[in-house]
Design a protein around this ligand. Structure first.
Ligand code: NAD
Ligand code: TYD
Length: 350
């Protein structure tokens, strides 16, 4: 094998698409998927590649420094692509400490392990930290997040991601750890856990349940198809400059309520329902505390310097996403049984 890469969080939504892309594209890399299999991690996401010769799954928790160190000793990775995180803003509001533990302490453990095992011989080594645009805070009506935008995180989730970004850059600056960092906008696509807006609403539409729009629904997010994010991670991992940051996004802003109406229209078509049937499920509910108004990424740098651009339009991506959920009802039923019901009750019925 030419290289060994540890991909953390590879059983989650984005991580599973990254693992699949690397396993299928780089047959001479050994891909080690390191994941704790929390509620958000699901090996069903990787059924199609689980027996690939260049793929290994390891169940481990990044908050366990000792376990992480021994895995680095065992696998001797040349690179780390770090996606493991607690990722849902609403959960960060009810349990911020879990976010500090995994996102901050977990990242510190990985950085320490990389530093220790690479022992100042950084030739051919790279620590890739996957982050979010939410670290930049909330935009007004105009403007975009640039790589130089000052950090102003507003939720426990974004604050914990911001802290992890700072740690990565500090290890680069202080110890010379070779790193690259990306901040991406909201993803959507297959295997997205149905606690986030798009998959939650697809699931509720299928089950004719109310669609809980927070506040007035006039919050704006910038949506990118998950496979395009995975493609960007591939490009940045292989071609990105050392200690560089790249913003990733598709210049695709939607107000929540407009997006929900489009989703309802498309779902009615796919399910053979009368126009307006799903939109009648829209129900305005109590707003999220500290709700960020608008996110929008300026992705010029990754486009001009590395040649990356999204491969699908939003309409195409959304159609593929709906088709995937309609074809994978077993996946959806499995992840929405058990614990999910308790989460749903606590989040939406109090
Ligand atoms: P996800 O919640 O779907 O998956 C997270 C994965 O990490 C799961 O497989 C989970 O089991 C694993 N994990 C959680 N805690 C762990 C721990 N302590 N040790 C080991 N594994 C652990 O998340 P996602 O949406 O796929 O996001 C992946 C990364 O991308 C995160 O770092 C997130 O901040 C970032 N990101 C997400 C988005 C988005 O729209 N979802 C956008 C930009 C950046
Ligand atoms: P989400 O998918 O949780 O992503 P993030 O908060 O990280 O951007 O939410 C996307 C937007 O949708 C956000 O403005 C909150 C809103 N939202 C709802 O209106 N209702 C919901 O049930 C959820 C989960 C989100």
């Amino acid at each position: 094998m030419k290289k060994t890469l540890i991909i953390t969080g590879g059983a989650g939504f984005i991580g599973s698409h990254v693992v699949r892309l690397f396993v299928n594209k780089y047959l001479d890399y050994r891909i080690v998927n390191l994941d704790a299999l929390t509620y958000a991690g699901n090996l069903e996401n990787l059924k199609d590649i689980e027996n690939a010769a260049n793929y290994t799954f390891v169940k481990a928790d990044i908050t366990d420094a000792e376990a992480i160190n021994s895995l680095f000793a065992q696998y001797q990775p040349d690179g780390v692509i770090h996606l493991a995180a607690e990722s849902h803003v609403d959960r960060s509001i009810t349990d911020p400490n879990a976010f500090v533990q995994t996102n901050v302490m977990g990242t510190a453990n990985l950085l320490n392990a990389a530093l220790h095992h690479w022992k100042n011989n950084f030739e051919g080594k790279r620590f890739y930290h996957v982050s979010t645009d939410e670290v930049y805070g909330s935009l007004g009506e105009t403007g975009f997040f640039l790589e130089t935008t000052p950090y102003e995180p507003q939720s426990p989730y974004s604050a914990s991601k911001a802290a992890s970004d700072h740690l990565v850059r500090a290890y680069g600056n202080t110890y010379g750890l070779p790193f690259v960092l990306t901040n991406c906008s909201n993803n959507y696509g297959p295997n997205h856990f149905p606690e986030k807006l798009i998959p939650l609403f697809i699931n509720n539409i299928c089950n004719k349940k109310p669609l809980p729009v927070y506040g007035d629904g006039k919050y704006t997010r910038d949506w990118l198809y998950v496979i395009d994010h995975a493609r960007a991670i591939d490009v940045v991992f292989h071609k990105g400059g050392n200690a560089e940051t790249y913003n990733i996004g598709g210049f695709n802003e939607w107000q929540n309520i407009e997006l929900v109406k489009l989703l309802c229209e498309k779902m009615d078509e796919k399910l053979g329902r009368a126009p307006g049937e799903s939109a009648a499920l829209i129900s305005y509910v109590k707003d999220r505390p500290g709700h960020d108004k608008r996110y929008a990424i300026d992705a010029t740098k990754i486009n001009t310097e590395l040649g990356w651009a999204p491969s699908v339009t939003f309409e195409e991506g959304l159609a593929k996403t709906i088709d995937w959920y309609l074809a994978n009802t077993e996946w959806l039923n499995n992840v929405t049984s058990g614990e999910y019901q308790k989460y749903y009750e606590a989040q939406y019925h109090n």
